[in-house]
Design a protein around this ligand. Structure first.
Ligand SMILES: *Cc1c(COP(=O)(O)O)cnc(C)c1O
Length: 412
């Protein structure tokens, strides 16, 4: 049985319509007529649910938002132009100068630079921890801490967090937990595990074929009773809670991020994302199975492979218990040196050399010469970037074809 059977049924039904055009209706208009002034007033005060202006909402994107919110059990979602746009939306709408972030695991290069270079220029400090440094994380929490940020899978270090445990810490201290679930949609359910906000780069496996850049932020509902967001730490969003109740975080994102920064998705991008999304459960099931087969075979042939499905990986037990549906499409191979890594990638007939992940095709990239080229040695060591490290993202090709190609490319 498909690991994602429930989603296989649900998502195709949500993307296609029963009457009229089956494929999602694509709206590309930048602005929308209000008909009359009364309706215009209602659209602006929120009492009339019609499009206002495409920077703050587009009907095609709204369909994608509904599907993504239901996929993750959120009360709503806001889609963005890119994954970085989604991360900027989720963080900037909550932060002010003087605030602090605790960043755990990972970390995707773009997010790392955003925290250390860009947010730092605006007086926001980020503290970095490995997924298992729980005591250090608790010690680093103080009154300025606004966000705990976590990647569901270390990319490219392949370390796995105990998400429930980290969510317990965040909740005990009344701090918002944001999970970047880009690598593990459907397989990991961050909101069910106790997180508040989920971010995605939909550019990756959700769309799955390099046809559209995109991002998404999924928000949990604000509780009617007690809620950490009603505490003093988040007092500047209390007016939103008063006005919008359970939906408050959607308002925060739309007013503080889309309206003021404009990282908005466009109708065409959202349309392509839905076409990709409807086959995600099928693609992911196949890819996760192929990853397990390939890493096992490569290890047997003497490759230095890093993936938590392998018994020697420090998080193998966690992989089996908490990541039973796999941890996405990526793993790494350490070829020992830059020269050997280049030779392997250049000799492979199957690997497409690119910085993307989660594609229908198998992708590969030498880490130190590309994404991490500007990082100092100490940071590279923290992130697990060695001289010969290659990141692989498995596609839809047959496991046998991939194993044969890799063995040929490495002359094994
Ligand atoms: C790619 C990626 C991003 C950024 O997404 P873009 O769509 O390229 O802006 C963020 N987080 C993770 C884990 C990613 O892999």
């Amino acid at each position: 049985m498909n690991r994602f059977e429930e989603f296989t049924t649900r998502i195709v039904q949500q993307v296609g319509k029963k009457e009229g055009a089956i494929s999602p209706v694509m709206v590309n208009s930048a602005s929308f007529g209000y008909g009359n002034c009364e309706s215009g007033e209602g659209i602006f005060d929120g009492s009339v649910k019609k499009p206002l202006y495409a920077r703050v909402g587009n009907p095609t994107s709204a369909q994608l938002e509904q599907i993504l919110a239901s996929m993750d059990g959120g009360i709503g979602a806001v889609v963005a132009s890119t994954g970085m746009g989604a991360i900027a939306m989720a963080t900037l709408s909550l932060l002010k100068s003087g605030d602090e972030i605790i960043s755990i695991g990972g970390l995707f290069g773009g997010t790392y630079s955003y925290f250390t270079e860009t947010l730092a220029r605006f007086g926001i400090t980020t503290h970095f921890f490995d997924v298992d440094e729980l005591a250090g994380i608790e010690e680093a929490i103080n009154t300025a801490t606004k966000i705990i940020f976590l990647e569901s899978v270390g990319n490219p270090n392949m370390r796995l967090p105990d998400i429930s445990k980290i969510a317990q810490i965040a909740n005990a201290h009344g701090i918002v937990l944001i999970v970047d679930n880009t690598c593990t949609p459907l397989s990991v359910a961050p909101i069910a595990l106790g997180s508040d906000i989920v971010v995605y780069s939909t550019t990756k496996i959700i769309t799955g074929n390099a046809s559209a850049l995109g991002g998404a932020v999924i928000y949990r509902a604000i509780s009617e009773g007690e809620d950490k967001l009603k505490g003093d730490r988040y007092r500047d969003i209390h007016p939103f809670i008063k006005k919008m109740g359970a939906m408050a975080l959607i308002g925060v994102a739309k007013k503080r991020a889309l309206r003021d920064f404009g990282m908005s998705a466009n109708g065409f991008g959202s349309y392509l994302t839905m076409l990709g999304l409807e086959t995600l459960p099928l693609r992911l099931d196949r890819i996760v199975t192929t990853v397990e087969t390939v890493v096992c075979a490569l290890q047997e042939r003497g490759f230095n492979v890093n993936h938590p499905s392998l018994a020697a990986h420090p998080h193998h037990e966690r992989y089996r218990s908490q990541f039973a549906n796999g941890c996405g499409s990526i793993f790494t191979i350490d070829m020992g040196s830059k020269e050997r890594a280049f030779e392997f990638l250049n000799r492979s007939k199957l690997i497409t050399i690119t910085a993307n992940i989660g594609d229908s095709r198998t992708l590969g990239l030498h880490m130190a010469s590309t994404i991490y080229r500007d990082f100092d040695d100490q940071t590279k060591e923290f992130l697990g970037i060695t001289a010969g490290l290659i990141r692989i993202s498995i596609g839809l090709e047959s496991a046998e074809a991939i194993i044969d190609d890799f063995a040929n490319a490495a002359k094994i």
